[in-house]
Design a protein around this ligand. Sequence first.
Ligand SMILES: [Fe+2]
Ligand SMILES: [Fe+2]
Length: 134
Amino acid sequence: MEVAWNTRYDTGIKLIDEQHQELFQIVDRLRRMVQQGADRIAVEALLQDLVACSERHFATEETYMQRFAYPDLAQHLSEHASMLTSLHELLAKFQESHQAMALMVPTFMEGWLKHHISDGDFGFVTYLKARNLA
Ligand SMILES: [Fe+2]
Ligand SMILES: [Fe+2]
């Protein structure tokens, strides 16, 4: 099944929504590549893109939250950090073992994105909007 962004994840902040959509697209592409048995080099390149894209996205959100003194900043930062730790661990496992591991990445990422956007990102976006900051 397609891993797709959905209007339910629409925060109303254009840059953040574009980055979320990009993350969903990479995860979807990754799942299809793995299922189609794409070669290891291609999968690995896309995994690296996923890490870079996640880091870029987190930096964007963290800049917003820091600039406007979001009170739950520490909690949100730790969710981003632990996701990157998990992603790096999955990447290392993929590199050292077999390609089947790669399917764990889209599965993990799909669940993480859906949960984090709904529970974490909406929290700071609501905070910014209530103060006319976004
Ligand atoms: Fe986000
Ligand atoms: Fe976030």
